[in-house]
Design a protein around this ligand. Structure first.
Ligand SMILES: Cc1ncc(COP(=O)(O)O)c(C=O)c1O
Length: 363
């Protein structure tokens, strides 16, 4: 079986985790946690990092630190993972959906602008599959309307816009370190920011919102604490982040070389000025039938794939008219991604590409 993604744990992971066990620093205090927060946030060009239990809680925490009020609106892409929409709903606000770009699949800045109303309180940009959003345009809109930006960079660790790593373009950046991410802590996440007040508030809310007096709480908090053991793994992974990115980019280049002439497939982009880390090598088939036939054929040959997100406007608890989102509608039924783990070998890529060509009638 060639899985869609496997983590690569070939650095100091075991050594650092054993150190936690040997020293009894196994819960949410400890030097690895502080180091991981410090080094990862610095990697993203941010002053502060607040580690969380996962990427979904990082987004939830972002809503809470930004004090998104009940019944107000947050503009998010419809084409994204449910975590983004759920985070808005967790604070009893409404996600308002914007359609996506047909090439990068990311939120369209002009669509955001059209959705702004007096009820809008924030904008969420999500860098999908490793390709950054147009943060310059999004930030310009946010600035014009005095709105904070939540940058969900879970799928884009190390991706760049004009040489700057993503995560620090928004008011807050959110990350996931789930096992398929560019670096992993098993489960885990982080909120990064350059705003000391927001970071301080995030730390308080993450830990049950104790006030200055311990066990005295002035608002409702959460237990979103990452453990020192997870952070130990994260720190070891971070030591190798550049190598992981180089390997993913190398694998993407191998895929592109082999698939570029296959009729009926659109390969993932890298627009000028952007660095795609190819978190997942994502493609579009010409038709939904072709996508479904191809992914089934690959599964029969022990090759894992995943189909694209079903857009948020199609979820039962947030349903909105599909006709309002023509691009998301057109891509979600045709999109899928290929095995993309950091440690994927060239021989595995050959197998995947030859199997695709067999299905597509190229060989
Ligand atoms: C774009 C994006 N945001 C948020 C998340 C949520 O992260 P987690 O699974 O760690 O909760 C994911 C998950 O993979 C994601 O892809």
């Amino acid at each position: 079986m060639i899985p869609v993604c496997e983590p690569l744990l070939d650095g100091n992971e075991q050594k650092y985790i054993n150190d936690c066990l040997a020293t009894n620093w196994i819960s949410s205090e400890g030097t690895y946690l502080k180091e991981f927060e410090r080094k990862f946030s610095a990697y993203c060009g941010c002053k502060y990092g607040v580690a969380t239990t996962n990427g979904t809680t990082a987004l939830h925490l972002a809503m809470a630190v930004l004090r998104v009020p009940k019944s107000r609106e947050v503009i998010i892409p419809t084409f994204t993972i449910a975590s983004c929409a759920f985070a808005v709903r967790y604070v009893n606000a409404h996600p308002v959906f914007a359609d996506c770009d047909p090439v990068t699949f990311n939120i369209i800045p002009e669509a955001i602008e059209k959705l702004i109303t007096p009820k809008t309180v924030a904008i969420m940009a999500v860098h999908l599959y490793g390709h950054p959003c147009d943060m310059e345009a999004i930030n310009a809109i946010a600035k014009a309307h005095n709105l904070p930006v939540i940058e969900d960079a879970a799928e884009a660790i190390g991706s760049e816009i004009n040489g700057t790593v993503v995560g620090g373009f928004g008011t807050v950046g959110c990350f996931s370190f789930y096992s398929n991410k560019i670096i992993t802590t098993g489960e885990g996440g982080m909120l990064v920011t350059n705003d000391l007040e927001l970071a301080t508030r995030a730390r308080v809310l993450r830990n049950l919102a104790h006030s200055k007096v311990r066990f005295q709480h002035e608002e409702i908090g959460y237990n979103f604490r990452m453990t020192n053991i997870q952070a130990a793994m994260g720190l070891a992974q971070l030591e190798n982040v550049q190598r992981h990115i180089d390997m993913r980019r190398h694998n993407a280049a191998l895929y592109t070389e082999r698939l570029r002439n296959v009729q009926g497939l659109t390969l993932p982009p890298e627009l000028p000025g952007y660095k795609n880390t190819y978190w997942m090598y994502s493609l579009l088939a010409e038709t939904p039938e072709m996508r479904d036939g191809l992914t089934a054929f690959l599964a029969d040959h022990d090759i894992g794939t995943r189909t694209f997100f079903i857009p948020m406007h199609r979820q039962v608890m947030m349903y909105d008219t599909p006709g309002r989102y023509p691009i998301a509608e057109s891509i979600y039924k045709r999109g899928f991604y290929l095995p993309s783990g950091t440690g994927l070998t060239e021989a595995e890529i050959d197998t995947v590409c030859n199997t695709i060509k067999e299905f597509m009638g190229c060989v």
